[in-house]
Design a protein around this ligand. Structure first.
Ligand SMILES: CC(C)(COP(=O)(O)OP(=O)(O)OC[C@H]1O[C@@H](n2cnc3c(N)ncnc32)[C@H](O)[C@@H]1OP(=O)(O)O)[C@@H](O)C(=O)NCCC(=O)NCCS
Length: 144
């Protein structure tokens, strides 16, 4: 299954950032996705753009998959991502939004190291359904 979503965030005039989600597998009713890439322009950091982009794009991605796969009860059940072991701001962002936790040790044996010699870690949430429901509720009440 090769499905992905790229969403770009704008303010009134400029591109502020983007996110890329990819389906990695799972059964048709319950899908596993990876948050592949996320970046916000430094000018707009700490204004809630990344949090909102994660929440809104995830709602949209689930809906898109339900429509594309013609399976209205399909859910994104598991989300994982990799990030730098010292990228504490990103780790905090992901914990606070997706409620992911680190699984296992560093994964330099898979991805190697970055220019600072740092390895990546994997963060996972294996029970994402209530999280997406919470995002949908926030969206309905326009808290996003
Ligand atoms: C990580 C990144 C996407 C965060 O984007 P952002 O729009 O600034 O994030 P938000 O404003 O939505 O922050 C949400 C929460 O994440 C955490 N957070 C984000 N940036 C942080 C920082 N620099 N220091 C500490 N906590 C941070 C905080 O808990 C924050 O909530 P708060 O502002 O109420 O304290 C952004 O810093 C970025 O693009 N970094 C470079 C690319 C990158 O590292 N991408 C992730 C690769 S896996």
């Amino acid at each position: 299954m090769d499905q992905y979503l790229i969403q770009v965030a704008y303010n009134e005039t400029n591109v502020v950032g983007y996110i890329l989600w990819v389906v990695k597998g799972g059964y048709k009713r319950c899908i596993t996705c990876e948050l592949e890439q996320l970046a916000i322009d430094t000018k707009y950091h700490r204004q809630g753009f990344a949090s909102s982009l994660i929440k809104i794009s995830l709602i949209k991605f689930q809906h898109l998959l339900q429509t594309r796969l013609q399976y209205s009860t399909l859910k994104i059940g598991i989300v994982y991502l990799t990030t730098g072991c010292t990228n504490y701001s990103a780790q905090l962002l992901y914990k606070n939004t997706l409620e992911v936790e680190q699984k296992g040790d560093k994964i330099g044996h898979i991805y190697g190291t970055n220019e600072y010699g740092e390895e990546e870690i994997i963060m996972v949430n294996e029970n994402l359904e209530p999280i997406i429901e919470k995002f949908e509720e926030e969206y309905r009440t326009l808290k996003l």
